[in-house]
Design a protein around this ligand. Structure first.
Ligand SMILES: [Zn+2]
Length: 350
């Protein structure tokens, strides 16, 4: 069968293999046929050789952590053949740490977790894969075209859940949320903010194109200037760019008792000048909280599936700006300026 593979640590080792072995029953009883996989910055970092780890005993890693598939068989009877599902990316560490033992593998303490298509576990960019029922998330039938957005939506659902939990420290009636970055994570963060009845503002560098249009269609307000030019103080910020200046500016900009959730991963190596004392002064005197958030556990995947089911499918489809088939797999992994989400489609999707 077809699989998209890399040799981790080796740049330009991206290949489409046509004789990849069928998934081993050891991977789980649920057999899934791949419809599509989403492409994100993590895939590009792995292709560049900067990131990624093959499973023990293998020197190749199958890519793909954003999945959409159809159940072929589940002998446990928990999923029905034909059901659209997405596969949960992270699996708990084998020790397990206290968090993984409680199925909160997104908060793993020892770093020994594994992740499909990223860390020591084969990915979903192969025609068929297997998993345990606990790691398969059913999608509403109407989401069959856009279900590949469930993985980024799960990351966002976790960020929002943690905002809520932090907010519960005192009386908490947030009104305005600022989302920085209008990529797939930012736009899905905006969607969940809108579903909570908040006044949603989205800031990005793009002045025209899909991003302002999608924000507009959501009923949110789009801003193309710098954070410090905004004429309001948000109660909540979901930072989805990882751009150092934006990260520092939103910590400064957030209002009293405000919460900043950082989801963007910076590459490092760039130095900017900040007045750390003034920043500390404003964080302390305003009771602000800044926290990082990564990955998602099953509870967040279910929250995300619910959020997508409530959303306008046409709007979600607008986030997928390019679909490539396997013949053009390499193009799928090359970013183009107006891309939001690029999807690689497998033969079963046609
Ligand atoms: Zn753990």
């Amino acid at each position: 069968m077809y699989a998209v593979t890399v040799i981790p640590g080796t740049a330009d080792s991206l290949r489409l293999v046509d004789n990849y072995p069928e998934p081993s029953p050891q991977e789980g009883p649920v057999l899934v046929e791949t419809l599509s996989v989403g492409v994100c910055g993590t895939d590009r970092e792995i292709i560049d050789g900067a990131f990624g780890e093959a499973p023990p005993g293998s020197d190749t890693l199958v890519l793909g952590h954003e999945s959409l598939g159809r159940v072929i068989e589940d002998p446990t009877g928990q999923l029905r053949p034909g059901d659209p599902i997405a596969g949960i990316v992270r699996h708990p560490d084998p020790v397990p740490c206290p968090n993984c033992a409680a199925r909160e593998w997104d908060m793993c303490r020892n770093g020994l977790y594994t992740e499909h298509g990223i860390k020591a576990r084969q990915g979903f960019a192969r025609q068929r894969w297997r998993t345990q029922p606990e790691f398969a998330v059913p999608l509403a039938p109407g989401l069959a075209e856009v279900g590949v957005l469930l993985e980024p939506a799960s990351v966002v659902a976790k960020g929002w859940e943690h905002v809520d939990r932090i907010g519960a420290r005192s009386v908490w009636r947030p009104r305005r949320v600022l989302v920085t970055g209008a990529g797939p994570i930012g736009l899905l963060a905006a969607l969940l903010g809108q579903q909570r009845g908040l006044e949603v503002h989205v800031l990005d560098r793009a002045e025209v194109g899909h991003k302002p249009e999608l924000v507009d269609r959501l009923g949110a307000t789009y801003h193309a200037g710098p954070v410090m030019a905004l004429d309001f103080e948000p109660d909540i910020v979901l930072e989805c760019t990882g751009a150092p200046t934006v990260v520092i500016d939103v910590m400064d900009k957030v209002g009293r008792n405000g919460i900043v959730c950082l989801t963007g991963v910076s590459t490092g190596g760039r130095t900017i000048e900040i007045d750390a004392g003034a920043l500390n002064h404003s964080l302390v005197l305003e009771n602000n909280v800044v926290f990082g958030s990564v990955n998602a556990n099953r509870r967040h995947w279910l929250q995300a599936a619910e959020a997508l089911a409530r959303a306008d499918v046409g709007w979600l489809a607008g986030l997928i700006t390019r679909r490539e088939d396997l013949d053009h797999y390499a193009e799928a992994y090359e970013g183009q300026p107006d891309d939001i989400k690029v999807v690689l489609e497998f033969p079963a999707a046609r």
